[in-house]
Design a binder for this molecule. Sequence first.
Ligand SMILES: Cc1ncc(C[n+]2csc(CCOP(=O)(O)OP(=O)(O)O)c2C)c(N)n1
Ligand SMILES: [Mg+2]
Length: 360
Amino acid sequence: MKRINDAIEEQFQTFQILDEDGKVVNEEAMPELSDDELKELMTRMVYTRILDQRSIALNRQGRLGFYAPTAGQEASQLGTQFALEKDDFILPGYRDVPQLIWHGLPLYKAFLFSRGHYVGNQMPEGVNAFSPQIIIGAQYVQAAGVALGMKKRNKNAVAITYTGDGGTSQGDFYEGINFAGAYKAPAIFVVQNNRFAISTPVEKQTAAKTLAQKAVAAGIEGIQVDGMDVLAVYAATKEARERAVRGEGPTLIETLTYRYGPHTMAGDDPTRYRTKDLDSEWEKKDPLVRFRKFLEAKGLWSEEEENKVIEQAKEDVKAAIKEADNVPKQKVTDLISNMYEELPFNLKEQYEEYKAKESK
Ligand SMILES: Cc1ncc(C[n+]2csc(CCOP(=O)(O)OP(=O)(O)O)c2C)c(N)n1
Ligand SMILES: [Mg+2]
């Protein structure tokens, strides 16, 4: 038995294309991306890093509500997102707002989501996504269902969902990957292993050496990827997508990543459970630094270009927060009327009660 386990774990080596110095170490796995596409990938990561900094500042000023920092996870988030097509469906976790934005969610709506405003949970027509899931793992079951629905409707599209290392301990995680595997549903299950579930280290989460190997019991493909290497993340997701639309079933992708900031802005202090050494070990793997070196060596990126992206991100944030401020304040009746297609009798009563109060 031990030999079987060892042999399985041995198969799950970390897939990497760019090393920490931005050097290509796996030429044959290099995805086919044009120069413009490579630059676009960098643009999205830089923009998202700035968006994160601005969101943290806005939260501290009391202008945003719930916020889960993303710095460190850009390659994992945007490398997967960049492999998607418009018709694909995203089922994100609470930290996965950047993927939604690049899939078409306007920034002001992302800010309204942070404020708990119902308008922030309404995707524009044509943006195939759910709003970020707070219940750990629940989106895995939903993704299996969305993917199966796409298969039944003969759509050439996939459902992609995200959870964390902690999420893999939930029953929903296993139910989702198992069901999707049994029905060969076109789903991509991403586990962003940032080593901590709030303060719980991944070593306390499971006895398994990798989270990717959990795919084996579900009979689906699994791969562990260097989550700080945007090219490896992109290549793995692209392949998973192609297999899924060919009818070959789902894939579980574990990205090895790190969040530099606190779990959320609601009082978490990472210095209580992480050492400075661990932080600096991971900062050396930074996805932006690595990809910047790669692009600069190809003559595709400069400080000037990066500054343009930074300025654009700052301007967009300013405009979007203004736009969010201009959306009428949420009323209790808004909450009630956006909950059900048809209201149950008790909510109808409450709706009338609040409507009367609000008109005073
Ligand atoms: C079902 C459920 N249990 C507990 C929580 C409280 N909770 C919020 S985040 C979190 C940790 C999740 O860690 P991980 O899956 O590693 O994701 P990360 O935040 O690191 O991206 C927990 C336990 C929750 N939201 N839902
Ligand atoms: Mg985690």
